[in-house]
Design a protein around this ligand. Structure first.
Ligand code: ADP
Ligand code: MG
Length: 367
């Protein structure tokens, strides 16, 4: 099961319309062999429609689905040999764990002895061998989802498709299963396409993330690329938390440009040079803002007053009121906070010129 290196998948201009409503529009995505790709987006953004198009249950109105370069757009789902796990994917309640996992092999008329060996390997993979004779009702939700994973992998699928497989589980269990899913992906070396609306899950699991909004692919890249260099307000806001700063472009310098927000001038390090006088929007992550000690300097220094704060265990989250930039969210690791936050406390905020990245204002949604 761990020998093959997975298959490559490509979506070319995939569009799906339901009457006059466009659920997915012109999506191009290439998934490399053995890659873990996550389709991330809010509810209704077209994630399931796109996954069902890959699976073959939805026929695209336009565009193509390619597997290892071959056009499979018209191939029925049962001929695609893809494994699938869904959020509420019920196991057969009257079958044991082993019988559930054997089901896809029975359907494929695999000889019994071979079935037993495959089932054992798949159950070992998800560490559930000792529960082989139990019924699904005798397992926890997390264990049931692991059985569903074993059942989806037992027949050596070309791709594993996952639609919010962890979203029915509580937070702690979800985190555990995330780790397991990641380890599983490493062990089997297959191509995984996962759907989620949970940005933390997407960041921690994926080799690459494709972000959807209103049926359109708005940006794709590695988790770090998307987090560090979001192209739009939507991406910066959806993947993590962000402050947004707006100002008018002033002078360009060798390393970037300055912007003016009210009477506050900010230094921005960026390759792009927007025209002087134009308005730019910057995304500034809360953890990139520091509370400066007296005398401490930074590329950008802004005075403010602590409006509110909360202790989160690993750190503090502060809201700091500023004159020209509105309320800024600041996250400090608790082990490294220069002083204890307090409401009404005057503070100096500092961040580097590279910390705030120019982003596009979002396009209005297509009708
Ligand atoms: P997501 O999985 O991101 O929540 P979906 O792909 O399920 O989103 O749905 C995207 C949009 O397409 C939604 O507005 C949904 O109502 C619409 N949609 C999905 N399936 C159908 C259908 N069979 N007929 C009409 N509209 C649909
Ligand atoms: Mg969905």
């Amino acid at each position: 099961m761990s020998s093959a290196s997975g298959h490559a998948l490509e979506l070319k201009g995939v569009t799906k319309r339901y009457g006059s409503f466009t659920a997915v529009e012109g999506v191009d995505i290439a998934v490399g062999r053995g890659e873990f790709l996550t389709l991330l987006g809010p509810s209704g953004s077209g994630k399931t429609t796109l996954l069902m198009t890959i699976a073959g249950f939805v026929q695209p109105t336009e565009g193509q689905v390619l597997l290892d370069g071959a056009d499979i757009t018209a191939l029925p789902p049962e001929k695609r040999n893809f494994g699938m796990v869904f959020q509420g994917y019920a196991l057969f309640p009257h079958l044991t764990v082993a019988e559930n996992v054997a089901f896809p092999l029975r359907v494929r008329h695999m000889p019994k002895a071979e079935q037993a060996a495959k089932v054992k390997a798949a159950l070992d993979l998800v560490q559930l061998s000792r529960f082989a004779d139990r019924k699904p009702s005798q397992l926890s939700g997390g264990q049931q989802q692991r059985v569903a994973l074993a059942r989806a992998l037992v027949f050596d699928p070309a791709l594993l498709l996952l639609d919010e497989p962890l979203s029915a589980l509580d937070k702690k269990l979800r985190a555990e299963l995330q780790e397991e899913l990641k380890a599983l992906h490493r062990r089997v070396g297959r191509t995984f396409v996962n759907v989620t609306h949970d940005q933390e899950e997407a960041l921690s699991l994926s080799d690459r993330i494709a972000i959807l909004n209103h049926g359109r692919l708005v940006q794709q890249g590695s988790p770090a690329q998307l987090y560090e260099a979001p192209r739009s307000r939507f991406v910066a806001d959806f993947l993590g938390k962000s402050n947004f700063l707006q100002g008018k472009v002033g002078e360009a310098g060798p390393e970037g440009f300055s912007i003016q927000a009210g009477s506050t001038a900010l230094a921005v390090a960026a390759a792009a040079r927007p025209p002087a006088g134009s308005t730019v929007l910057l995304s500034l992550r809360p953890e990139k803002v520091a509370l400066l000690m007296p005398g401490q300097v930074a590329d950008n220094v802004v005075n403010g007053t602590v409006e509110s704060w909360s202790y989160l265990g690993s750190g503090f989250a502060l809201t700091v009121a500023t004159r020209d930039l509105g309320a800024l969210r600041v996250n400090l690791p608790s082990w490294n906070a220069p002083f204890a936050p307090a409401e009404g406390l005057p503070v100096r905020l500092g961040w580097s010129a590279a910390a705030a990245v120019p982003v596009e204002e979002d396009m209005p949604a297509a009708a």
